[in-house]
Design a protein around this ligand. Structure first.
Ligand SMILES: [Fe+2]
Ligand SMILES: [Fe+2]
Length: 314
């Protein structure tokens, strides 16, 4: 299918990614009236796509990944890669646990059925990272030194990660759990969850990490599984774009809720994209996964802008 893809643009052009109807993948949206013309899938079409895009973590083979991680990737590079891997592992666990009240608060049965499939997807993503860490032995090298570094990375993750996942997302979801009829909070939660955490953070990290591994010829089992995770995320983001398009058109209070949530969360999300070891003042030169921080931010901004344009907000 796409194992031979070697660049970011080739990855973004995967037919199974395009099939999700995520506007972030379509350069046509950049044109003057591209946003207005863009056709999003409806909730039932997204559900049917979920049935056709199933995969199993237990089908992945991490044998070569284990060799690559311990013998072909340097200790320094393992440390740099751990930031992204750990952010994903922790992030997948958080979003799995928070989606239930969002599903319950969605106003139609079609939405709730799609969001129920998404809960299953997020659980599978946690299992994917758990299997990768276990079978590759991600934390068992250097006589424990790497484990010490990992703990430092996790401590560094906590500030902005904690703010985004454990304060902002959890706060909105707790409000929804207490009052599922609060549709303004539902719009805020889906803006934060589907547009910012999945659309901006997850898909940006996934594209660059997959592209880098394909260029280096490393971690083939991980690349296959993470490609499946990214396809799931595009489907989730496509749901978010559909939902927010309908809500923004229905009531100016919902438009304001989307804008308010973006304003409060985007600076924190940008901090999450920046690893703790990145210098503050050199976004052009500092590279991770073969691309500069400036390129990473530009990619994230372009995809977000396309989605907001389709929603009717950019
Ligand atoms: Fe996920
Ligand atoms: Fe997701």
């Amino acid at each position: 299918m796409t194992a031979e893809a070697t660049s970011l643009s080739e990855i973004a052009a995967r037919p199974d990614f395009i099939a999700t109807g995520d506007p972030g993948l379509d350069a046509e949206v950049d044109k003057a009236d591209g946003g207005r013309k863009f056709q999003l899938l409806d909730y039932t079409e997204l559900y049917r796509l979920w049935e056709r895009q199933q995969w199993a973590t237990q089908d992945l083979d991490f044998t070569q990944d284990r060799v690559d991680w311990h013998e072909r990737i340097s200790p320094e590079e393992r440390y740099e890669r751990l930031y992204g891997l750990s952010a994903f592992f922790i992030g997948e666990q958080r979003v799995t646990d928070e989606l239930g009240p969002i599903m319950r608060a969605a106003p139609t049965e079609e939405m709730r059925i799609f969001l129920s499939t998404q809960i299953a997807d997020e659980a599978r993503h946690v299992r994917f990272f758990e299997r990768f860490y276990d079978e590759v032995g991600v934390l068992e090298t250097d006589g424990g030194a790497l484990r010490d570094r990992m703990e430092r990375v996790e401590r560094n993750l906590n500030d902005e990660f904690g703010e985004l996942f454990d304060v902002m997302l959890k706060g909105k979801v707790d409000r929804l759990a207490a009052d599922p009829s609060d549709q303004v909070t539902l719009v805020e939660a889906i803006t934060l969850y589907h547009m910012v955490i999945e659309g901006l953070l997850a898909l940006t990290g996934q594209h660059f990490i997959i592209s880098y591994n394909e260029q280096q010829g490393t971690l083939p089992g991980f690349v296959e599984g993470f490609g499946n995770v990214a396809r799931d995320e595009h489907r989730h983001v496509a749901f978010g774009a559909r939902f927010l398009t309908e809500m923004a058109a229905a009531d100016p209070r919902y438009r304001e809720a989307i804008q308010r949530t973006l304003v409060e969360s985007l600076p924190i999300a940008e901090g999450v994209l920046r690893p703790p070891f990145a210098p503050d003042d050199d976004d052009e030169e500092f590279e991770l996964f073969g691309v500069s921080m400036a390129e990473t931010q530009a990619f994230a901004a372009q995809c977000l802008t396309r989605r907001l344009k389709v929603i009717g907000l950019a």
